[in-house]
Design a protein around this ligand. Structure first.
Ligand SMILES: [Zn+2]
Length: 853
């Protein structure tokens, strides 16, 4: 009979639980190998014939079990590679009660960005979430098995060595090596264990209510750590106050790593980051970069409570972890710096999640996770952004204080332990006295979201809900219903009324309060609801006339909803373009950014060559006056709102409309800036400027950008110059960009972005798409140790445009299935099918609309 561990969906039995690891890991950076020894203290709830624990590609050289006052001989050690486990069988059963398992092993650093890997020159780092601790430590590598960790690490004497606990003691070993012992941690799941060893530096620690906080980087980048450090120092006390529980892990180290797969990782007490998500120079960083760093740092620190102190029992509640940290980071950053209006960025994430959630291949927030690949695939927009939006909706429904009280109750009740989603809902229900379970489970358990149709006659309002699909004609028979907490705002003259409605039925009618007929009605006030609204023709017309009465978030939601209705075939694209022209007087940069995004998608995907000039003229009408108002030169002390409005206009005119004048001006200013004139180009313009200069650039510029990429230390500039190399439209230079994609000159962590940039490049797309398929094995071999990047590469295929390309993608992915990206493949192809159909459906119409204009 096969052992259950021969199945990839195998989960460890619950009768054996570790409660303490005492481990020593010796890292040999030159040979890229390591060796380890550990004692795992565990408890058997019943006599155990065998111990099964995780280990992947480790060579276990010794095993011994101490239990019942004696040493029990290990009869066999059998690896089960499919489930990445080891089966230890004993000469006699382990008796019920305490035991200690001793193991010794050796292993290799991985070539990817998982397990223990090379994160920079001479710099070793770990990345264990979701399930890669097993590549370094034989362990019970599931989140439900929390245990304390006492770790010692052996590394070169000159290396800085960090782990979850504070260093307690250090000893020279001779041969230029040392051993560092770290303080024992509170109970942790294996995915939060971490170490970093190598040449990194930081400024002195800042003490925050007794907790030392430090931010680390490679020595040449240590000057870029101050901003990320300030964020941590600012938000840590705010998080403590919110949760009502002090920070539990003794110290905070934040480390920027040159090679890193995700954005950041919340290892307890040792948070690791992709450099662009932590390091920046406040003098040259755009506001978007600063907000991103603030948001990511706060997200990871929020996890120290939500995830690290109270941990999900299994990966099916990953969403709880990520949704909470996502929502919390915006909440805290907004309280810290309200002028940044970060909720508008949260809304952008929500909008992207809604596009994904309108596919048939979406999944509920709470999804069944059967194996490790599925756990990896769960790190998506639904988990983070939709989950966060649903929490925000529930907070809105319960009120800020009752919601916070419920969170505090949950933290106290499950301290140091594990919990499931229902534990959170119970705590929120207890603290608020409201039926949270019904509301939450409907939104967590069902895929998709409702479209709410609004019909109004005078003060009589009819509401109707049905599940929204972005594919024409799909969903007619779907009978999913949600409890939709609607906030409706309507007004006439000075009088504005806000009404709250919980729509449970398919259809409801109600009378609006007040005595006069409203001039406008917004059915998603504040844009906090996770639903779309389709107004009747008169309602839409009234909103178009009353844009100034809507908040920026509501104007963005209106554009987003109308665009979604164009995609689903319910609205003509002409009607959407009519709406766009209403925004001629728009001044809010966030709304302008939303318009740029929509116009850019139309330009990339829907426009035929014959319509380009007229389309450019439309963009110029909308954005030309914005640029004329603010001018090119930024004055010292100029408000961010003005700088960002300028950046939005420059992107629209230079990148979407391809205005020769704007491209020329920007390129000239970029040249002045790179030769040292820091006043020539305001930081928010750097991204579009480099992209524009590359698009129209010649060979000399290609070589210059390539050299700048090689010597730049600031991660944002480095990334900018790197992606520029995939942006050149000169055919010969596009080919050089394509060649680079297959070399190590592109850092592994940036391969997916580089590929996506090539596929978005008009000239490079065709030849690169051919080359990508021909040389797939080569690219795949490079990224297979970073499955998240592999998924991003699949998603990048969504930038293809023509039906022929779609058919090629379908055939290619059918012939080259990628196990780690099954969901990403289904979603990318489904979306691309819709995009191609949209292109075919709208082409003549866009041309006619532009001509009639
Ligand atoms: Zn997270």
């Amino acid at each position: 009979m096969p052992h259950p561990a021969d199945d990839r969906t195998f989960r460890l039995p619950l009768h054996l639980r570790p409660h303490r690891y005492d481990a020593t890991l010796s890292v040999d950076l030159d040979a890229k190998r390591f060796s380890g020894t550990e004692r795992i203290e565990l408890r058997a709830a019943e006599p155990a014939e065998e111990i099964v624990l995780h280990a992947a590609e480790l060579d276990v050289t010794r095993a011994a079990l101490h239990a019942g006052g004696r040493v029990i001989a290990v009869a066999s050690i059998s690896p089960a590679p499919v489930s990445e486990t080891l089966i230890l069988r004993f000469a006699e059963p382990m008796p019920r009660g305490e035991g200690t398992l001793e193991l010794a092993w050796t292993g290799r650093m991985t070539a990817g960005l998982r397990g223990l890997y090379l994160a920079g020159s001479g710099l070793a780092a770990t990345q264990f979430e979701a399930a890669d601790a097993r590549r370094v430590f034989p362990s019970f590598d599931e989140p439900g098995f929390k245990a304390t960790w006492r770790l010692a690490v052996e590394a070169p004497s000159g290396a800085v060595v960090l782990s979850n606990g504070a260093p307690e003691r250090e000893e020279a070993l001779g041969d230029g090596r040392k051993r560092v012992w770290f303080a024992e941690t509170p109970p942790l799941p294996t995915y939060l264990v971490a170490l970093v060893a190598g040449p990194i530096e930081s400024f002195a620690a800042v003490n925050v209510r007794g907790v030392p906080v430090r931010t680390w980087a490679s020595p040449e980048k240590v000057s870029l750590t101050a901003f990320g450090q300030d964020v941590a120092v600012e938000v840590l006390p705010r998080l403590e106050d919110y949760f009502g529980v002090p920070y539990a892990f003794g110290k905070v180290d934040q480390v920027g790593l040159p090679e890193f797969e995700a954005g950041a990782m919340e290892n307890a007490g040792l948070v690791t980051y992709r450099e662009v998500a932590l390091l920046l120079d406040p003098q040259t960083a755009s506001l978007a970069q600063k907000k991103r760093v603030a948001e990511v740092v706060t997200h990871e620190l929020a996890h120290q409570w939500f995830g690290n102190w109270v941990t999900m029992t299994w990966w099916d509640d990953l969403w709880l972890n990520e949704a909470f940290a996502t929502w919390m980071s915006y909440k805290i950053v907004d309280a810290w710096n309200p002028a940044w209006r970060v909720w508008l960025e949260f809304d952008q994430g929500k909008a992207a999640a809604m596009h994904l959630d309108a596919l048939r291949s979406t999944h509920p927030i709470h999804a069944e996770i059967r194996d490790v690949n599925a756990a990896g695939e769960a790190f998506d927009l639904i988990t983070y952004e939709k989950g966060g939006a649903v929490l925000r909706m529930i907070e809105g429904y319960l009120g800020v204080e009752r919601f916070r009280d419920g969170i505090r109750l949950y933290m106290r009740r499950h301290a140091k332990g594990n919990a499931v989603a229902d534990d959170l809902w119970s705590a929120l229900a207890e603290a608020s006295g409201e039926p949270v379970l019904e509301l939450a489970n409907a939104w967590i358990g069902k895929p998709g979201f409702p479209l709410v149709r609004i019909f109004r006659e005078g003060r009589k309002l009819t509401l109707e809900q049905r599940r929204f699909f972005s594919e024409t004609g799909v969903g007619e028979g779907d009978d999913t219903l949600w409890p939709v907490p609607l906030v409706v705002r309507h007004g006439e003259g000075e009088r504005v009324v806000e009404e709250r409605i919980l729509l449970r039925e398919r259809r409801a009618e109600l009378e609006l309060s007040g005595e006069v007929e409203p001039a406008f009605l917004c059915a998603n006030a504040g844009a906090t609801g996770f639903y779309r609204v389709a107004y009747d023709a008169a309602g839409l017309e009234a909103l178009g006339r009353s844009l100034a009465r809507l908040a920026p978030a509501e104007r963005i939601q209106l554009i987003s909803d109308e665009w979604a209705l164009v995609r689903s075939g319910e609205r003509e694209i002409g009607a959407f373009l009519d709406l766009v022209t209403r925004f001629g007087g728009e001044e809010d940069h966030a709304v302008l950014d939303e318009l740029v995004a929509r116009l850019s998608a139309i330009e990339h995907r829907l426009l035929v060559d014959g319509d380009r000039l007229r389309f450019a003229a439309l963009v110029a009408t909308l954005f030309g006056p914005r640029l004329a108002e603010v001018g090119w030169d930024s004055t010292p002390g100029e408000p961010d709102a003005v700088r960002l409005r300028r950046a939005s206009a420059v992107r629209a005119l230079g990148l979407v409309a391809r205005s020769a004048g704007v491209v020329h001006e920007v390129t000239a200013r970029l040249d002045r800036w790179t030769s040292g004139d820091r006043g020539a180009l305001e930081p928010n313009l750097h991204d579009p400027a480099v992209a524009m200069a590359a698009r129209s650039g010649d060979e000399a510029r290609f070589d210059r950008f390539r050299a700048l990429f090689a010597k730049e230390t600031d991660p944002a500039f480095r990334r900018r110059f790197l992606l520029a190399l995939a942006t050149f439209e000169d055919p010969a230079l596009a080919m050089r960009g394509i060649e680079l994609a297959f070399t190590d000159e592109v850092p592994l962590q940036d391969v997916a972005s580089f590929v996506a940039t090539l596929l978005a490049n008009r000239t490079a797309r065709g030849p690169f798409w051919t080359r990508l398929r021909a040389d797939w094995e080569r690219l795949h071999a490079r990224v297979k140790g970073a499955p998240m990047l592999l998924r991003r590469i699949i998603e990048a295929m969504g930038a293809l445009v023509e039906r022929r390309e779609l058919e090629e993608a379908e055939a290619f992915l059918a012939a080259h299935p990628v196990d780690e990206a099954r969901q990403a493949i289904a979603q990318t192809l489904e979306r691309l099918r819709q995009d191609v159909a949209l292109r075919e459906r709208t082409q003549g119409e866009i041309g006619r609309w532009l001509e009639a204009r």
